[in-house]
Design a protein around this ligand. Structure first.
Ligand code: CP
Ligand code: NVA
Length: 296
C-alpha cells in the first residue's frame, strides 16, 4: 500500500466539504490499489457499525463486504433493534457504541441527526446518505469518471432531473476536484449546492457533455410527493434522444436504485453507454479506501 501524504485518521466524513482536494484524490488512489488487490488484512480486528434508518442495498452490502475483505467486521444496527427505539437517547447510544466500534456509518433522514451522531460518538462517523448529501456515492462517481476518461480536470458532467442529495455531493466534489457539473432541474427541484450551474432545459445541460447523470425522482422520505414529482419531472427523463446530444464518447451514471420508464429509460440504463454497474462496484472500492484512511 502506497504511503500517502494525507492523514485522515480519526476524522468524520459528513459532507464532501470535509475533504480537501489532496484527501479526495488520496481516497481515489487508494481505491484503485485496493481494487487491484482486494483482500488485504489492513483492518484486522476492526469493527464498523452500520446504523441504517433507511433502506439500502449497495451501501449496506459494500460496507459489509469491504470490512470482510479487509479482515474486519461490520455490525448491522437498525433503529428498531436498539434501545434507541425504546427511548434511550442518541448521545447515550453514541457514547456506548464508541466503546465497541472503531467507526460508525449512518444512513438517516435529517442531516442534523448525522451531525448529532458525530458530536456524541468519539469514533469516526461516515455519512452513508442523508437527505442532504451522499458523499460515498460522489467519491465512487468521481472514480468512475476518472477510470473512463483518465482525468477529472475540466470534465463536463450534465445532471438531469431532481436536484437530489447525490447531485449536491457530486457538485461539491466537482468544485474540489475540478470537474464541472451543469444541472437541469425544474424550478423548486434544484440541489442544495451552489457549485453547479442550473439550467431549465435538459438539452442545454446535456449538449456536449462528457458524462450524463440522473437519480430517482422520488428519494427516500418523499414518497408522499410521488404524483407531483412524476408530473413535474417528466420532461427530464434521460432517454436516447437526450443522450444523443452529449459528446460522442459520453457515458451515463446513476447511483441506483433506478426506475426504468421514470427518470431513465431501460434502453439507456442497460444500453452500451451505461457505466452504471461499474459505478455501483466502485462504491466498494472507495469505501474500503476511506475506511483504511480513517482507521489506518
Ligand atoms: N446508491 C446507493 O446508495 O444505493 P443503496 O440505497 O442501495 O445503498
Ligand atoms: N436520492 C436517493 C438516492 C438513493 C441512493 C435517495 O435519497 O433516496
Amino acid at each position: 500500500m502506497t504511503t500517502l501524504a494525507v492523514d485522515l485518521r480519526g476524522r468524520d466524513l459528513l459532507r464532501i466539504a470535509d475533504l480537501s482536494a489532496t484527501e479526495a484524490e488520496a481516497i481515489l488512489d487508494r481505491a484503485v490499489e485496493l481494487r487491484a488487490e482486494p483482500k488485504q488484512p489492513l483492518l484486522a480486528g476492526h469493527t464498523l457499525g452500520l446504523y441504517f434508518a433507511k433502506h439500502s442495498t449497495r451501501t449496506r452490502v459494500s460496507f459489509s463486504a469491504g470490512m470482510a475483505q479487509l479482515g474486519g467486521v461490520a455490525i448491522p444496527l437498525t433503529p428498531e433493534e436498539l434501545q434507541l427505539s425504546r427511548g434511550e437517547s442518541l448521545p447515550d447510544t453514541a457514547r456506548a457504541l464508541s466503546g465497541y466500534l472503531d467507526a460508525l456509518a449512518v444512513r438517516t433522514h435529517a442531516h442534523e441527526e448525522l451531525e448529532a451522531w458525530a458530536e456524541w460518538a468519539s469514533i469516526p462517523v461516515i455519512n452513508a446518505l442523508t437527505a442532504l448529501e451522499h458523499p460515498c456515492q460522489a467519491l465512487a462517481d468521481a472514480l468512475t469518471i476518472r477510470d473512463r476518461i483518465g482525468s477529472l480536470d475540466g470534465v463536463r458532467v450534465a445532471w438531469v432531473g431532481d436536484g437530489s442529495n447525490v447531485l449536491t455531493s457530486l457538485a461539491e466534489l466537482g468544485g474540489i476536484l475540478g470537474f464541472e457539473v451543469v444541472a437541469a432541474s425544474p424550478a423548486g427541484y434544484e440541489s442544495n449546492s451552489l457549485l453547479q450551474a442550473t439550467v431549465a432545459d435538459p438539452r442545454e445541460a446535456v449538449s456536449g457533455a462528457d458524462v450524463v447523470v440522473t437519480d430517482t425522482w422520488i428519494s427516500m422520505g418523499q414518497e408522499h410527493e410521488r404524483a407531483r414529482r412524476l408530473s413535474d419531472l417528466a420532461p427530464y427523463r434521460l432517454d436516447d434522444a437526450l443522450l444523443a446530444l452529449a459528446s460522442p464518447d459520453a457515458f451515463v451514471m446513476h447511483c441506483l436504485p433506478a426506475h426504468p420508464g421514470e427518470e431513465i429509460t431501460a434502453e439507456v440504463l442497460y444500453g452500451p453507454r451505461s457505466a452504471i454497474w461499474a459505478e455501483a462496484e466502485n462504491r466498494l472500492h472507495v469505501q474500503k479506501a476511506l475506511l483504511t484512511l480513517l482507521l489506518g
